[in-house]
Design a protein around this ligand. Structure first.
Ligand code: 4NP
Length: 150
């Protein structure tokens, strides 16, 4: 079983979408996907309504998810930790206890555009268009991740 963790700041906009999208592309018997936030602002909350809507428009239900904070024990529980942006990535790397922990951390868009270090923009303060843009970026990145996992 491969275990993949998607991480953003609030765990209500980007990483719940990344989780739902990757889950839709892999066999759940072989791959476990979860998500978390580096911040605790929204712990226990459902994903943002706009993420729920964009996912639903694409046939994906993310209303089974609730936000949680990234924990150091996630380095033990997961094989790959995908950060949505550079700030999340640095935050996670600061919590790493070892080079092995650090080796599990990737910027998700580097799967699509290797070594470019691009970030998935935070859509929280914008309109629904920003969420559609995020969905499309994550859908393309998750195609690459899913093909590597299969
Ligand atoms: P996310 O978006 O990191 O994609 O879940 C955000 C959600 C909430 C906040 C920031 C970003 N916030 O500041 O509350």
């Amino acid at each position: 079983m491969k275990k993949i963790l998607m991480v953003c700041l609030g765990n209500i906009c980007r990483s719940p979408l990344a989780q739902g999208i990757l889950e839709s592309k892999v066999n759940s018997e072989n791959v476990f996907v979860d998500s978390a936030g580096t911040g605790a602002y929204h712990v226990g909350n459902l994903p943002d309504k706009r993420s729920i809507k964009v996912a639903k428009n694409n046939g994906i239900n993310i209303t089974n998810q609730t936000a949680r904070k990234f924990e150091v024990s996630d380095f033990d529980a997961f094989d790959c930790i995908y950060a949505m942006d550079e700030s999340n990535c640095q935050h996670i790397l600061r919590l790493a206890r070892s080079d092995e922990d650090k080796s599990k951390v990737y910027l998700i868009l580097n799967e699509l555009h290797p070594n470019k270090n691009q970030s998935v923009p935070d859509p929280y303060y914008g309109g629904v268009q920003g969420f559609e843009n995020v969905y499309n970026m994550l859908n393309d990145a998750c195609d690459v991740i899913a093909s590597k996992l299969s």
